[in-house]
Design a protein around this ligand. Structure first.
Ligand code: ADP
Length: 383
């Protein structure tokens, strides 16, 4: 664990970049430092690997003051990724990635084998190995930067605005890739960004800083969204806090019903049974259980089970039950022409449908559950 104790950095010109910052950075999780430009994020990150020496306070790594270890050993235990990747322009991709293992004295073959493995891990095609950085896209270069930082398998990864220079679509891909790699490797990652949405997307813990180098709030993302510490954080978080928070609640608990679901080859008897329940629409599925669209019961009855495609109402966008969040389910419900949402399994087969009202109930339930958890945590803390 990295523990910062009242850490202050004053640059020689008198600027206080970081002011009495204390926090515990948990192992095996992603901690994001976020805040407006100039609030001291990069300085904080660089004090961890001693690229910047702190002025006051101390930083402990697994209980030991980082100033007590040789700086080279400290930096080897921490991969470092920066914006624009910072690759060596005259080295091939594979040699860029193999830099640290080579420095550690690995022989050429072993270092290259490791580099090739890492290329696959970060989603880079092996055919890029002998190219030079300028022959890669920005997103690919960033992946090389991550692979290079991981090469010697350090327990800690420091990432300074690594994805800020790429376009939003590539950036989303890189974020998803980082989460996937983290799921496999479980590193202790400290990640700097000025983008609160990026922080919320990838952070297990978020440290929000404000100009002057002050830590304003240190909390998991859903807590930040539900209980911002002050007006500055509320402003910084922007609009739609409530909706965005729903992405931290699973859709697994939603109550599905199959009552209004009929297969396209249903008998008149089956349609009559469904119709007798009084639904406004029935969801018609194909013989494989995949959704075709919503039909009015009278049309289904008249057509003996089959309704011309053009009379079917779109089933909108289905959501994958359990894997997707309440936010996804709500979004589907808002977009649905019938107010009902179709829940599918990973294979696209219909598992049931959910009404907007049931989603609203689930949201209320989730809030109550989180509030109870928070109250219990507070009670434990004060004991
Ligand atoms: P951020 O990463 O949040 O943008 P920085 O840590 O880079 O913030 O900078 C924090 C403050 O320290 C800013 O006011 C910046 O101008 C100042 N600063 C950063 N590096 C130096 C330096 N080498 N000398 C003097 N001031 C610096």
């Amino acid at each position: 664990m990295i523990r910062m104790e009242s850490v202050t950095k004053r640059y020689p010109d008198g600027t206080t970049a970081v002011d009495h910052l204390s926090m515990e950075i948990p192992d095996g999780a992603i901690t994001v430092l976020v805040g407006p430009s100039g609030c001291g994020k990069t300085t904080t990150l660089r004090m961890i690997n001693r690229m910047v020496e702190l002025s006051e306070g101390r930083i402990l790594l697994d209980g030991a003051d980082i100033r007590e270890q040789p700086v080279n050993a400290l930096r080897r235990s921490m991969g470092y990724v920066i914006q624009n990747a910072g690759l060596f322009p005259h080295r091939t991709i594979v040699d860029n990635i193999a830099t640290v293992p080579r420095m550690l004295g690995w022989d050429r073959n072993r270092a290259r084998t490791r580099a090739t493995e890492l290329m696959e891990r970060v989603g880079l095609d092996a055919s890029l190995a002998s190219r030079y950085p300028y022959q890669l896209s920005g997103g690919q270069q960033q992946r090389v930067g991550v692979a290079r930082a991981l090469a010697a398998d350090p327990p800690v990864l420091l990432m300074d605005e690594p994805f800020s220079a790429v376009d939003p679509v590539v950036r989303k891909g890189l974020q998803a890739e980082l989460l996937r790699i983290q799921g496999e490797l479980g590193k202790t990652i400290v990640f700097v960004t000025h983008d609160i949405d990026e922080a919320i997307r990838i952070g297990d813990m978020i440290a929000v800083m404000r100009t002057g180098g002050e830590l304003v709030q240190f909390a998991p993302p859903d807590e930040l969204l539900s209980a911002p510490a002050d007006d500055f954080i509320e402003d910084f978080l922007g609009t739609d806090r409530g909706i965005r928070r729903l992405s931290f609640f699973s859709s697994a608990g939603l109550e599905l019903t199959t009552a209004p679901v009929v297969a396209v080859d249903s008998t008149a008897q089956q349609i009559a049974e469904r119709t007798a329940l009084g639904p406004r629409y029935l969801l018609v599925t194909d013989t494989d259980g995949k959704p075709l669209g919503w039909a009015e019961p009278k049309d289904l009855t008249a057509g003996g089970g089959s309704v011309p495609r053009e009379r079917l109402l779109s089933y909108g966008r289905p959501f994958e039950i359990a894997r997707q969040s309440l936010r996804d389910a709500l979004d589907c419900a808002v977009l649905s022409p019938t107010g009902w949402v179709v829940a599918v399994a990973a294979d696209g087969r219909v598992q049931g449908v959910v009404s907007q009202e049931s989603i609203a109930d689930a949201i209320r339930g989730a809030h109550a559950e989180r509030a109870a958890q928070a109250a219990e945590r507070d009670a434990r803390a004060s004991r």
